[in-house]
Design a protein around this ligand. Structure first.
Ligand SMILES: C[S@@+](CC[C@H](N)C(=O)[O-])C[C@H]1O[C@@H](n2cnc3c(N)ncnc32)[C@H](O)[C@@H]1O
Length: 228
C-alpha cells in the first residue's frame, strides 16, 4: 500500500477533537494499522490521538473472516471522558465497528503490565506504539522489558516525539542503542515532534518504510506534501 494513500477519503478522523500535536501523524498511523491485526499502544492518554487512528485502521480488517484484529492500550491513568465499556464508539460512525479494543491500566515499566497486555492481545503484536515519558531512562526501561516479551523479528516499533526542536532527544538514543540486528532505525516523520521506528529488515510488509538504515524516509504529510 503506497503511503500516498494515507490521504485517501476513507480516513475519517474527527480531527476537531484530536490532540493537536499528533493530528499530522494520524493518517500514517491509520495506514500502518490497516496492515496489522494486533496493535499495542503504550501511552494512550485520553484516546483522542493515536488510539483513534489505530482503531479505525484495524476496523477495516474487521470484515475479513480470517482476521481477528485486536487493539490494546496501556496507560497509568484511565482515559478521561471515554467509558471503558467502549460505548463512546457510537459517537464515531467509522469506529462503531470496533469490538476488539481493550485497556490495561498499569505502569509500562512493570512486568505485570506486560502480562496483562499479552493476555488481552492473545498474540504477539504486529505493531507496538510507544508514547509515554520521553526520557532516556523510561524508554530504555520500556524497551528492555517489552522487547524480549512481545517483540518478534517482524514487529514494527513506532515511537512518538523522537524529533523535537529540530534535533533528536535522548529518548531516541535509547531506541537506537536497542535496535535489534533484525531491524533498522528510521525517521518516518520529523514534523509533529517526530515519529521514529524500528523497522523489520527484509520484510516486504514494511519494506517501503526503509530507504536506508539511517536515512530519513520521505513520506507525504497529512496534506499530501513531502515531509521536510
Ligand atoms: C503524550 S500522552 C499519550 C498521548 C496519546 N498517544 C495520543 O496520541 O493521544 C502520554 C501518556 O503516557 C502515560 N504514561 C506516562 N508514563 C507511563 C508509564 N510509566 N506507564 C504507562 N503510561 C505512562 C501518561 O499517563 C500519558 O497518558
Amino acid at each position: 500500500m503506497p503511503f500516498e494513500d494515507a490521504t485517501k477519503p476513507g480516513f475519517e478522523m474527527p480531527t476537531h477533537e484530536m490532540r493537536p500535536d499528533v493530528v499530522g501523524l494520524l493518517p500514517l498511523l491509520y495506514e500502518l494499522a490497516r496492515r496489522a491485526t494486533h496493535v499495542l499502544e503504550i501511552g494512550c492518554g485520553n484516546l483522542n490521538g493515536s488510539s483513534q487512528a489505530f482503531l479505525q485502521g484495524l476496523a477495516e480488517y474487521r470484515s475479513h473472516p480470517l482476521h481477528d484484529p485486536r487493539f490494546v492500550s496501556v496507560d497509568l491513568h484511565d482515559p478521561a471522558g471515554f467509558p471503558l465499556d467502549g460505548s463512546w464508539y457510537a459517537g464515531y460512525p467509522a469506529l462503531a465497528r470496533c469490538g476488539f479494543w481493550d485497556y490495561v491500566r498499569g505502569d509500562s515499566r512493570e512486568p505485570e503490565t506486560v502480562r496483562q497486555a499479552q493476555r488481552s492481545l492473545g498474540a504477539k503484536p504486529d505493531v507496538v506504539y510507544i508514547d509515554t515519558e520521553h526520557t532516556y531512562e523510561q524508554m530504555a526501561a520500556e524497551l528492555d522489558l517489552w522487547m524480549p516479551l512481545v517483540g518478534t523479528p517482524g514487529t514494527l516499533w513506532l515511537f512518538h516525539d523522537t524529533w523535537m526542536s529540530g534535533e533528536y532527544n535522548t529518548m531516541t538514543d535509547a531506541i537506537k542503542e536497542r535496535c535489534p540486528d533484525t531491524h533498522a532505525y528510521a525517521d518516518l516523520r520529523v514534523d509533529s515532534n517526530g515519529l521514529g521506528a524500528l523497522v523489520p529488515k527484509g520484510n516486504p510488509w514494511w519494506s517501503d518504510l526503509l530507504v536506508g538504515e539511517t536515512e530519513l524516509v520521505s513520506l507525504p504529510t497529512a496534506e499530501g506534501e513531502p515531509a521536510p
